[in-house]
Design a protein around this ligand. Structure first.
Ligand code: F6P
Length: 322
C-alpha cells in the first residue's frame, strides 16, 4: 500500500539546520503525493495531537533560520508507558503511516520506543554536540563550532590586549568534539575534554609556563562542559601563575544562529533522503554521515555503537599549541 500521511517532529536541544531538514523533507514528500503533518514541540505534540498540515509554502523562507519552526522540547512524560500510549493514540487516530524524528540521543531513544510498538520511524541526527555515536556528523555541529570560534576570537582580542588568560567553556555534554575542534581553531594552549583525564599541573599550568617562557603573553584554555569545573579551574590558574584569568561560559549562544553552508547542505540532503526512504518503504532507519556520504542504518543497530574520540587530532592539537 502507498504511504499517504506522515508526521514530522523536532525534539531535544534545537540545532541550526533543523529548519533546512524540515524544508527539504516536506518539499520532496509533498511533491511525491505524501501529506506531511508538522508535530509541534517534539514528543509533547505527539502525545497531545498538536499538529498542522504543511505544504510547499509552509516551509518557505526558513532554510537560513536557526532554531526550528516546529518548536522543540525534552519530554519526561513521553518516557512513561502512559506517555507512549498517548503518542500511539495520536499516531493511530491521525492516520499517520510513519514518523520522521529529527533530534539527538534522547530523541533516538524515543524512536526505539515507538518502533518497538509498531510505529514506522525514520531518524535524522541533529545536535550541536555531535554526540550521536553511530554517525560521523549531526546537523548543527558545524554552525555551533563556527559560532564559538567567532565568540572566542572576540575574547582573544581583549585577552591579548590585557595579556591575560581566558578560560572558555563550550557545550557538548559528555562529548569533547566541540571543544577539540574549537580548541584547534582558536589555538588554545590547553583543551580539556571529558574523554581524557587531565592533570591540572601537567596539562594546564606547565603548558602556560612553558609557552610563557618562550614569549607567549596571552592564553586561551578551552574546556568542554562535560569536564564541569571551568570556574574553579580559572581561579586556580590565576592563583598558580599570577596571570589575571577570566572565565566565560559560552552557553546557549552556541545553539542559535543561521546555519552554515555545510549544515544547510547536509540537513537538506538528510531531509530528502528521509523522504526517499519512506517512498521506498524502507522503515525504522537511522540516517547517518559516513565518509562524507549520507547513508542509513537499522535503528536497533545504532543503539549499541560507542562514540569514538579523535585521539589523533587531540595529540596533534597538543603539539602545535605552543
Ligand atoms: O544537547 C545540546 C545541549 O546544548 C548540550 O550541549 C547542553 O548540555 C544541553 O543541550 C543544554 O540543554 P538545555 O538547553 O535543556 O539546558
Amino acid at each position: 500500500m502507498r504511504l499517504k500521511t506522515v508526521g514530522l517532529l523536532t525534539s531535544g536541544g534545537d540545532a541550526p539546520g533543523m529548519n533546512a531538514a524540515i524544508r527539504s523533507f516536506t518539499r520532496y514528500a509533498v511533491t511525491q503525493g505524501i501529506r506531511v503533518f508538522g508535530i509541534k514541540r517534539g514528543y509533547v505534540g505527539l502525545r497531545t495531537a498538536d499538529m498542522y498540515e504543511m505544504n510547499l509554502r509552509t516551509v518557505s523562507d526558513i532554510l537560513h533560520r536557526g532554531g526550528t519552526i516546529l518548536y522543540s522540547s525534552r519530554d519526561p512524560e513521553f518516557q512513561t508507558e502512559e506517555g507512549i500510549q498517548n503518542a500511539l493514540k495520536t499516531y493511530n487516530e491521525s492516520n499517520l503511516d510513519a514518523l520522521v524524528i529529527i533530534g539527538g540521543n534522547g530523541s533516538l531513544k524515543g524512536v526505539k520506543a515507538l518502533k518497538d510498538k509498531g510505529v514506522k520511524c525514520i531518524f535524522i541526527p541533529a545536535t550541536i554536540d555531535n554526540d550521536v555515536s553511530y554517525t560521523d556528523y549531526s546537523i548543527g555541529f558545524d554552525t555551533a563550532m563556527n559560532t564559538a570560534l567567532e565568540m572566542i576570537d572576540k575574547i582573544r582580542d581583549t585577552t591579548r590586549s590585557h595579556e591575560k588568560c581566558s578560560v572558555v567553556e563550550v557545550m557538548g555534554r559528555k562529548c569533547g568534539d566541540l571543544a577539540l575542534n574549537i580548541g584547534i581553531g582558536v589555538g588554545a594552549t590547553s583543551i580539556l575534554v571529558p574523554e581524557i583525564t587531565y592533570d591540572f599541573e601537567k596539562d594546564i599550568i606547565s603548558r602556560i609556563k612553558y609557552t610563557q617562557n618562550i614569549g607567549k603573553r596571552h592564553f586561551i584554555i578551552v574546556i568542554a562542559e562535560g569536564c564541569e569545573k571551568s570556574l574553579e579551574i580559572s581561579k586556580k590558574i590565576e592563583e598558580k601563575t599570577g596571570i589575571t584569568t577570566r572565565c566565560t561560559i559560552l552557553g546557549h549562544v552556541q545553539r542559535g544562529g543561521s546555519p552554515t553552508l555545510r549544515d544547510r547542505v547536509i540537513a537538506s540532503g538528510m531531509g530528502y533522503y528521509a523522504a526517499q526512504l519512506l517512498i521506498d518503504k524502507n522503515f525504522n532507519r537511522a540516517i547517518a554521515i559516513a565518509c562524507d556520504k549520507i547513508i542509513d542504518y537499522d535503528v536497533d543497530s545504532t543503539l549499541t555503537v560507542k562514540k569514538k574520540f579523535n585521539l589523533k587530532l587531540y595529540k596533534e592539537a597538543l603539539n602545535i599549541s605552543i
